[in-house]
Design a protein around this ligand. Structure first.
Ligand SMILES: [Mg+2]
Ligand SMILES: [Zn+2]
Length: 190
């Protein structure tokens, strides 16, 4: 077996694209500035790319898991046409207080729990200790740290800074800023 690869785990809503509440139509997909370039830089620096997204709208009966998967495939296709290959976008469809019986339960995959990352790591042979979780919410950071990755927070402007800055957590203003920082670390041989 090949040695495990480092990866970037990306939150979807609010990290790859402007957050639209319970977004299900590709027409509502508007990437944040510089995200395409950021993903290309991270990929060229040797990281495999994955999405990890909570979609409680499934448990709430607002849309189906199949619709989410279809939307995710379109988002992946959009980025692949821009030179960035997101191999899979893993979904948590659960919510304990949901109305769809099949998904109305406590689970191990709804961020801040690390289940989506642990499952991706197992199935895709990823090295969590050399990977990053990137997101716009505290629960993204916590999921990454719980899975054993480093974590990056790209907070929306209104977010209060309540997280301790540990050595494993860094904040950036945009995904592109983060990607350029990874690139320069690699160029300096870290
Ligand atoms: Mg988000
Ligand atoms: Zn779940």
């Amino acid at each position: 077996m090949n040695p495990p690869s480092p990866a970037i785990f990306l939150d979807r809503d609010g990290t790859l694209h402007h957050d639209a509440v319970y977004m299900i139509r590709f027409e509502d997909f508007h990437p944040l500035p510089g995200v395409e370039e950021a993903l290309r830089i991270l990929q060229e620096a040797g990281y495999r790319l994955f999405g990890v997204t909570n979609q409680s709208g499934v448990a709430r009966g607002m849309f189906t898991l199949d619709q989410v998967i279809e939307l995710n495939d379109k988002i992946r296709h959009y980025f692949s046409e821009h030179g960035a290959d997101i191999e899979e976008i893993a979904v948590c469809p659960h919510l304990p207080e949901g109305t769809v019986a099949q998904f109305a339960r406590d689970c191990d995959c709804r961020k801040p729990k690390p289940g989506l990352l642990l499952d991706l790591a197992r199935r895709h042979n990823l090295d969590l200790s050399r990977s990053y979780m990137v997101g716009d919410m505290e629960r993204d950071v916590l999921a990454g740290l719980a899975a054993g990755t480093r974590a990056v927070l790209i907070p929306p402007r209104e977010m209060a800074r309540e997280l301790d800055n540990t050595g494993r957590l860094k904040e950036f203003t945009t995904l592109l800023d983060f990607a350029n920082s990874v690139k320069s670390q690699h160029q300096r041989g870290f």
